[in-house]
Design a protein around this ligand. Structure first.
Ligand SMILES: Nc1ncnc2c1ncn2[C@@H]1O[C@H](COP(=O)(O)OP(=O)(O)O)[C@@H](O)[C@H]1O
Ligand SMILES: [Mg+2]
Length: 407
């Protein structure tokens, strides 16, 4: 499940002094401390779970009042990384900052003399987990900031419908514990594109690879999730692309039966580039400026305004709600054509040059082998066009976009 389309790190500052960091050295985390936490450890962990925030009760009530989070939710138990037949750790995937391992709660050691304390997290023993561990040293602050964002999202009404379930931060290994959702939208797109190629007929070749209705249903679900993220949670994702969206089999029975609907609930994952939207002009704790400076960009999915020479050289590249809209539109275009690279074969530099003209993304996709899946005046063009225009003030916002995608 390694992304076939890994982000290209552009000339974005990774340190305050502007000097590039040395090449990444993977640092396998030690995720399974051999000792069971002592009672003291455990109660400390429990305390940190119950008090990462100032006023959780009010935060849940007032949807738009963003909960103030000062420290991340801590994962109170030990996890054990799953291993394959050759004793190698099993990976769900990798990204610019991290490796995501398959894991489980660590069972009590049968030989232990101490009474076996039941796990204090609500996570069931045996349930498969995903543990996101830093891939390199400069990823640690990024993952710490991500754990704060996920903690806050966890406290926002509607979270479970739109965001990957987060269970806490493992301080010792600086890793995030999530539910395992082992299908990324990128993998789904590749698999569905393969299938569509094999089954292609003249009747279906002008439709999105999964069928028009299923594509439109996916669009509705994702746009509704983006609206929730911006307007209810007050967060800009900053790196929306097919690799950062996970697919959970749809819980609604009608969805799984009906060929016209998309059979998964898409969940936003990877908040390593996320930014808090200013509320009442007050900066929020865990200021994300340094995170912005550390973001990695994947040109075809990054809005053109973030790729201009001026923004890249100044290092002052901040994603916005409008740039998230562009990235989601590009993601939906890739989901329709089945081409994760979006533009037909060209070098990285050419792709960057094309991405800077991102407002032409539909035209670019049309010149690719699957361009016929985006016919002029068709449903894909109708839904994507207003979300990719160059002038960010003219770019459609999620509430209006959702109405458009629902007709
Ligand atoms: N909860 C999860 N369950 C299963 N796989 C996951 C989960 N979270 C992430 N992954 C996989 O790991 C990859 C890297 O994770 P991501 O959070 O995007 O890391 P990065 O910030 O390094 O890009 C994802 O593209 C996805 O394939
Ligand atoms: Mg990622």
């Amino acid at each position: 499940m390694t992304p076939t389309h890994s982000p290209v790190q552009l000339s974005v500052q990774t340190r305050q002094d502007g000097k590039a960091l040395p090449l990444p050295t993977p640092t396998p985390p030690s995720l399974t401390p051999p000792v069971t936490p002592t009672v003291k450890d455990r109660s400390a962990a429990e305390q940190s779970i119950s008090s990462p925030i100032e006023a959780p009760a009010e935060a849940k009530v007032a949807q738009l009042a963003r909960p103030t989070v000062w420290s991340p939710l801590r994962f109170p138990d030990d996890v054990e990384i799953s291993r394959d037949a050759h004793d190698r750790p099993i990976e769900f995937g990798r990204g610019a900052w991290s490796i995501v391992y398959k894991a489980r709660l660590k069972p009590c050691a049968p030989s232990s003399l101490a009474p076996c304390t039941p796990p204090s997290s609500p996570t069931a023993v045996g349930r498969v987990l995903a543990v996101k561990a830093p891939l390199r040293r400069d990823a640690r602050p990024v993952l710490q900031a991500e754990s704060l964002t996920l903690t806050r999202l966890n406290l926002t009404t509607g979270y479970e419908r739109h965001v990957v379930p987060f269970h806490g931060y493992l301080a010792e290994s600086e890793a995030l514990v999530m539910s395992a959702i082992p299908l990324a939208l990128s993998t789904y797109i590749e698999d569905t594109a393969d299938l569509a190629r094999k089954k292609q007929t003249t009747a279906t070749m002008f439709n999105p690879i999964q069928g028009t209705d299923a594509w439109q249903d996916l669009a509705r679900k994702l746009i509704s999730g983006l609206g929730w993220l911006h307007d209810t949670a007050g967060i800009v994702h900053g790196d929306i692309k097919p690799h950062n969206i996970l697919l959970r089999p749809s819980s609604s029975d009608s969805d799984s039966e009906d060929a016209d609907t998309f059979p998964y609930d898409p969940l936003f994952a990877d908040f390593s580039s996320a930014l808090d939207l200013p509320m009442d002009g007050a900066p929020s704790p865990g200021d994300t400026t340094s995170r912005t400076a550390m973001s990695a960009f994947t040109p075809p999915f990054t809005a053109p305004e973030l790729l201009s020479l001026a923004s890249l050289t100044s290092g002052d590249v901040a994603p916005t709600p409008a740039s998230d809209v562009f990235s989601l539109a590009a993601t939906l275009l890739a989901a329709a054509t089945g081409d994760l690279l979006l533009y037909p074969g060209s070098s990285n530099l050419q792709r960057l040059a094309m991405a800077r003209e991102g407002q032409q993304i539909i035209e670019f996709a049309r010149s690719g082998t699957n361009g016929c899946r985006v016919p002029r005046k068709g449903v894909v063009e109708r839904i994507i066009q207003p979300a990719v225009c160059k002038d960010t003030t003219q770019r459609i916002a999620p509430p209006e976009w959702l109405v458009l995608a629902s007709t």
